[in-house]
Design a protein. Structure first.
Length: 93
């Protein structure tokens, strides 16, 4: 787990769209021998992309990970979150 802590992210899929990520800060222990994942409270919006539903973990190699909206020069990051969601749902982003 330590190779991902501070470097990796947990990606969020909403309505079959990969839409955001939460940076992984560290791992810890939880009740029952489970692993606790401590996430950065700030969610980072990414360029939405279709993703079929699945259970469990998937690891995205760097070339396969979507680009953060703040890392582009399109101005999308300045739009209201609700508008970005609607435009993504219409496949316009």
């Amino acid at each position: 787990y330590e190779e991902v802590a501070g470097q990796g992210s947990l990606y969020w899929i909403v309505k079959h769209q990969l839409v955001a990520r939460s940076p992984i800060l560290r791992f810890g222990e939880a009740e029952g021998g489970r692993c606790a994942i401590h996430l950065d409270p700030e969610v980072v919006l990414v360029h939405a992309r279709p993703k079929r539903a699945h259970q469990g973990w998937r690891y995205l190699e760097h070339p396969d990970a979507p680009v953060d909206l703040l890392d582009d020069d399109t101005g999308v990051a300045a739009l209201p979150t609700a508008l970005v969601g609607r435009l993504s749902a219409l496949a316009l982003l």
